[in-house]
Design a protein around this ligand. Structure first.
Ligand SMILES: Cc1ncc(COP(=O)(O)O)c(C=O)c1O
Length: 339
């Protein structure tokens, strides 16, 4: 079965398992796990930001970031396709007692221009707008990446209006591979970043919150409160470290394969896609005649799995365990079904 449902379906390789087995460990709640400490130093340095905190999931990374940037009753500006708005179970209201103001951008991205008359808090009956939440690359937005200048404009806007920026960087690794932006740039434009090791990088578990030393001290407390304080977790940090060293460089191949699939889809009469929209590892396309459910069933019967993204929309996501031979098979199947 060729599994294009998500880049979270990868399984640890032998090399990664060996790195996990060999990891030096200690009690990370006491900050005594050397492998975790090394990873936190390495990733925070990479992103040009003071400190990092290893957390179990991207959701926890986003939610701890929101918690440290807001007070109850505050408001967050977010594009309406944002993961924090759609796929985290309403956690921002549950954990931080904040509300989300959603805006309709393009492919999951916000622009500084869109935010101009959206800031509230002038009157005491309004919520206090406190944070701009951006996602890079976008998930529901189809893998779109922010340009440097788009982010610089958002930073300038945030500074002018006393706002903070949270960057959901679950796939920031992909965005960097696609745009060649220096990772340290992101530490300059965002107050908090959450990066994931368990998406395209292929680690089984793990994310990291990045921010100032003071914010990370507070984040450590919230992580404990949420039950995310783990003990000899160096084994997982070793997998994350291995993923950065050995799998990050493979993302460009995922992006090339996604583009190849998009071109095939573009040539199929029963499918529609904007090939220019495929910037990273995510391919979102529309069925002209058929419902997603029945098309997915036919694909699965032929050894290909994807996910529905609307009544007639499908998403395919590439990861390093999908090979060029797998792509050839997918292309043959898609031609047979939708040409
Ligand atoms: C953009 C984005 N942010 C956050 C997450 C949450 O990550 P996790 O599943 O590790 O909680 C995901 C998960 O796919 C995601 O796509």
């Amino acid at each position: 079965m060729i599994d294009l449902r998500s880049d979270t379906v990868t399984t640890p390789t032998d090399g990664m398992r060996h790195a996990m087995m060999d990891a030096e460990v200690g009690d990370d709640v006491f900050c005594e796990d050397p492998t975790v400490n090394e990873l936190e130093d390495k990733v925070s340095e990479l992103f040009g930001i003071e400190a990092g905190l290893f957390v179990p999931s991207g959701t926890m990374g986003n939610q701890i970031s929101i918690k440290i940037l807001t007070e109850p009753g505050d408001e967050i500006l977010i594009e309406k396709k944002g993961h924090i708005f759609n796929y985290e179970g309403g956690a921002a209201s549950f954990i931080s007692s904040v509300q989300l103001q959603t805006l309709a951008g393009h492919r999951g991205k916000l622009t500084a221009e869109m935010l101009h008359d959206r800031i509230r808090g002038k009157f005491m009956w309004e919520p206090n707008t406190r944070v701009i939440a951006v996602e890079n690359s976008t998930n529901k937005g189809g893998g779109a990446c922010y340009t440097k200048s788009e982010l610089e404009e958002l930073r300038a806007f945030a500074d002018d209006h006393g706002l903070k920026i949270h960057l959901d960087g679950a796939r920031l690794w992909n965005a960097i591979a696609a745009t060649n932006i220096d990772p340290a740039f992101f530490g300059k434009v965002a107050d908090t970043i959450s990066v994931c090791f368990s998406k395209g990088l292929g680690a089984p578990v793990g994310s990291m919150v990045l921010s100032s030393g003071e914010n990370i001290r507070r984040a450590r407390r919230f992580r404990k409160m949420l039950g995310g304080g783990m003990r000899q977790v160096g084994m997982l940090a070793a997998a994350a470290n291995y993923a950065i060293d050995h799998h990050w460089s493979k993302l460009e191949d995922d992006h090339r394969r996604a583009k190849e699939l998009a071109e095939l889809i573009n040539a199929c009469s029963k499918l529609q896609i904007d090939t220019e929209s495929v910037e990273t590892n995510i391919v979102i396309f529309v069925l002209m005649e058929e419902k997603a459910e029945s098309a997915l069933k036919k694909l699965e019967e032929r050894g290909v799995r994807m996910v529905p993204f609307g009544p007639q929309t499908i998403r395919a996501t590439f990861h390093y365990q999908v090979t060029d031979e797998d792509l050839e098979h997918v292309i043959r199947v898609m031609k047979g079904l939708f040409n």
